[in-house]
Design a protein around this ligand. Sequence first.
Ligand code: SF4
Ligand code: SF4
Length: 369
Amino acid sequence: MEIAKVGLRSALEAREITRRQFIEFCSAMVATLALPSRYTTAVAEALEKTKRPVLVWLEFQDCAGNSESMLRSGDPPVGDFVLELFSWEYHELIMAGAGKKAEETLQRIVRDHKGEYIVVVEGAIPTADDGVYCTIGGRTALDIAREVCAHAAANIAIGACAWDGGVVSAGPNPTGAVGLQEAVPGIKVINLGGCPHNPANTAAVLVHYLTFNEMPELDQYNRPLFAYGNLIHDQCERRAHYDAGRFVEEWGDEAHRKGWCLYKVGCKGPEATYNCPTVRWNSGTSWPVKAGHGCIACASHRFWDTRSPFYDRLPSVPGFGVDVKAEEIGWIGTGVVAGAMVAQVAGNVVRDVLRARKDQDETDQTPDA
Ligand code: SF4
Ligand code: SF4
């Protein structure tokens, strides 16, 4: 496989992607990155000038769900743009080459493009018994990751498994599976957790890198703040029902049919951060909570172990101003929860009145200019 020399514009034309669709994609990326809309032109110009860096996509202990999520991402697929923004030299699922030739390609990239190529890693990496539980072309995933990722310009761990081991590392974890960061300490990694990742976020990270030549701002887990900086609960369209104490008690009950809050049937939204409610899935059509299922916190750290059982309610109820336990909500019922809300609202009113009075006092004491 030779590294593609075709410019972005002609590559997009070859895929019958129009200029209008390209600008719409840039605009969507700017919105996902939470940048002001005036950045759309700058992003479009930067992408058109890009030299299409080499991209290597490694798959280890995985289900290929993150590849699928990217390649089947909408109309026109975000994946189409991402495919054309980079020169994809190695991706087991989509490359034509196979066997020895494919592995030689990977070796050539590491040798000839040291410090220039981007690596996307999908899947966990087994470390038990010298990593023997995942081998490709006779080499362990651990060995491949150590070599390929150590010489990359940037590494993106995509999906829960590459971030923290995901389902593969859930107890009892017989293969000693870990995420990329733990398997190869000391390398630069940006983590895009989620099961699977949301392709809009991954595209936005790549677009940010191509436009500004750096990765976006990250949190303590090396996840981009634009995607993982806000609670699901604070962005959820069912939040008004939570605040009013209107909960689904059983799947399929009247409250479920009415679209009330899923907290009592296990929704982990109050403790999970992700932009799932705003970016959504299938070209922004919907997301799981809108469709009627609670959030299982798939973008939270080690969520298979720390957030399960998925249908048990969270043990405390944040947002009521006092530490109300879930069991108490179960016992005291919606009416008292509503009472707690009334008390909280009343408290807010008192606070606002006091603030207003203080402001008025300060205004009265301010000499006229
Ligand atoms: S608990 Fe879940 S369903 Fe209810 S408002 Fe929060 S995120 Fe939405
Ligand atoms: S609703 Fe929650 S569990 Fe479902 S995809 Fe979104 S973040 Fe993941």
